[in-house]
Design a protein around this ligand. Structure first.
Ligand SMILES: [Zn+2]
Length: 300
């Protein structure tokens, strides 16, 4: 394959990751609360269509539809026995859309509970569950593993360990979700931005950063990005903001940022030293197209 490795390319230029998957699945008919990962086998053309829309918007990093793909998350839907099948399919669908010049990020979301001592899942059990998911993602063609929406650095560390146990050289990305309390960014578990980055890097993460977040404005993401870049040192930083802070209308959470606002946000994130820009809740192929143009236009 002539494609350069993700880390090699990232050392040359900033890259664009894709945006939200869940809302795009719902726009194609996935019921709220239903298990979107099943669509990798039941409706692969729909999942592939979403990947392609992001690919055509200029996103070079395509994230598999496997957020809730660990045994722990799948057992809520009675699907714990299908970890290998569903994750392999997720990677195959993304691989087909990413093509020869795109990279596939095998997505690993939170397992949905607390590790010991707060909860009763041990780190060893969780590592085994993540390892089974990640092995299937790699088998299906993932180029890197994205451990995302983390709140607990201990869970993020287990995610990195699981990926490196599957393949010592696979690039691992860790992103945490933060909220702002006063002037400080902390995860839901109370971990500071600096500690969150340091724990992931110490465990072997190759790229670190943030995705999603609780009620953060686009200005907040820029401020947070500055803190993450300085905490991460030489490790490249990824930022995947929501489409602005959420509003509630008719009981629904909606995001209203315009392409112009997301363009300006992408420019400011790049200026802060961020190397991979993508989107989280409320982002669409149209918003990612605007951000992608901003990244391409930047002389960095
Ligand atoms: Zn999100």
């Amino acid at each position: 394959m002539s494609r350069k490795t993700l880390l090699e390319e990232l050392s040359r230029r900033p890259l664009v990751c894709d945006g939200a998957m869940g809302t795009q699945l719902m726009a194609r008919g996935l019921a709220s609360g239903a298990c979107g990962i099943l669509w990798n086998v039941d409706r692969p053309a729909d999942v592939g269509g979403i990947h392609l829309a992001y690919r055509n918007a200029g996103c070079e990093l395509i994230t598999t539809n496997s957020f809730g793909g660990s045994r722990f998350a799948l057992q809520l839907h009675g699907l714990a026995g299908r970890v290998a099948e569903l994750n392999r399919a997720a990677a195959q669908v993304a691989r087909a859309a990413a093509g020869e010049t795109g990279w596939v990020l095998g997505d690993v979301g939170p397992f949905g509970d607390f590790l010991e001592p707060v909860g009763d899942v041990t780190a060893d059990d969780l590592r085994a569950a993540f390892q089974a998911q990640i092995a299937a993602l790699l088998e299906g063609g993932a180029d890197a593993i994205l451990v995302e929406t983390m709140s607990d650095p201990a869970e993020a560390v287990v995610g990195v360990e699981a990926a490196k146990a599957c393949n010592k050289t696979v690039p691992v990305i860790v992103t945490y979700s933060f909220q702002k309390t006063g002037s400080e960014f902390r995860t839901m578990m109370g971990t500071s931005a600096a500690e969150a980055m340091q724990r992931a890097i110490a465990a072997g993460a190759d790229i670190v950063g943030t995705n999603c977040g609780t009620a953060l404005s686009l200005d907040d993401y820029v401020e947070l990005a500055g803190q993450l870049v300085s905490a991460a040192g030489k490790t490249p930083v990824i930022v995947q903001p929501n489409a602005g802070s959420p509003h509630t209308e008719n009981g629904k959470t909606i995001y209203k940022a315009t392409p112009e606002e997301m363009t300006a946000c992408a420019q400011r994130l790049l200026a802060a030293g961020v190397r991979i820009i993508g989107g989280c809740c409320g982002t669409t192929p149209a918003l990612l197209a605007a951000m992608s143009r901003a990244v391409r236009a930047a002389k960095l």
